[in-house]
Design a protein around this ligand. Structure first.
Ligand SMILES: NC(=O)c1ccc[n+]([C@@H]2O[C@H](COP(=O)([O-])OP(=O)(O)OC[C@H]3O[C@@H](n4cnc5c(N)ncnc54)[C@H](O)[C@@H]3O)[C@@H](O)[C@H]2O)c1
Length: 254
């Protein structure tokens, strides 16, 4: 059987942990080569774990809030692998605080730089490579918070809603260049985005599971399966969509 992503090349931001790491693992299993772009040096170790030979996974230290570093990650895809077919703009942080609270502006600034500008730079760098080749897939990680406000996280939800809007704009703007753009909206997923002291805790499942039809949090590999589908030729007519991978999550407002 042909590998679904055989011979393709992807850049995955935030590939050092959680959903991004699972996407790298899945893409490699599906036959792709990957530039794992992440701000933390520890992600180099993750790349080496996924591919000890270094032939299919290359780590590139990248702060997505810095345009030139994002452009460089795509340049690495071209120099190492000669092409770039898939861009996964996934790196993200979470920052909370209601609008009236101290630090709300600082949280917005950080979120905007990483979750919005970072995705923007990734999309722009991807387009520079994909438009001339007349093909490509852009996948942006948003969140169910783009659809339903999470109490205490207004800036995060606003940033993720911006990602959805940008993704749809790209689908309209570049479909005739052979470029598809889709957003994945994870619900509560067990990753490093949760603070260490509660990350492995059952209370997470209790809190979020009670708000999810499936009654449990999501494993990053399950989210990665959605990315793999959207990246593949099976989704060749799918663009401008938002795919929720949320176990039926609906917040409860009290
Ligand atoms: N886990 C969830 O419940 C959940 C829900 C909805 C959306 N998301 C989104 O999924 C994406 C992945 O998050 P995750 O849950 O896997 O978290 P995670 O913390 O496990 O992984 C995020 C990765 O992004 C990297 N990163 C952070 N800032 C960066 C920067 N400036 N430049 C480059 N890399 C950077 C981190 O080093 C880390 O490797 C994020 O966009 C997040 O907002 C997560």
């Amino acid at each position: 059987m042909t590998a679904p992503l055989g011979g393709q090349v992807a850049v995955v931001t935030g590939g050092g942990s959680g959903i991004g790491r699972a996407v790298v693992e899945r893409f490699v299993a599906d036959g792709a080569s990957v530039v794992l772009a992440d701000v933390t040096e520890a992600a180099a170790e993750v790349a080496a774990q996924i591919d000890p030979t270094g032939r299919t996974v290359v780590f590139q230290r990248t702060d997505v809030s810095r345009a030139e570093q994002v452009t460089e990650a795509f340049a690495v895809a071209m120099t190492r692998f000669g092409r770039c077919d898939i861009a996964v703009n996934n790196a993200g942080i979470v920052a909370g605080g209601e609008m009236h609270e101290d630090g709300a502006d600082e949280a917005l600034e950080r979120l905007w730089q990483v979750c919005v500008a970072g995705v923007w730079y990734g999309c722009r760098s991807a387009l520079a490579v994909m438009r001339p080749q007349k093909r490509g897939v852009i996948l942006n990680t948003a969140s169910t918070a783009a659809l339903w406000p999470t109490p205490g996280f207004p800036a995060y939800g606003m940033a993720k809603a911006a990602v959805v809007h940008l993704t749809r704009s790209l689908a309209i703007g570049y479909g005739r260049d052979g470029i598809r753009a889709n957003a994945v909206l994870p619900g509560p997923t067990r990753t490093g985005i949760f603070p260490d002291d509660i990350a492995g805790d059952d209370s997470l499942d209790q809190h979020y599971g009670s708000r999810m039809s499936l009654g449990r949090m999501i494993d990053p590999a399950e989210t990665a399966a959605a990315f793999a589908y959207l990246a593949s030729d099976s989704a060749r007519s799918v663009t401008g969509t938002v795919l929720q991978v949320d176990g039926g999550y609906r917040p409860i407002y009290t």
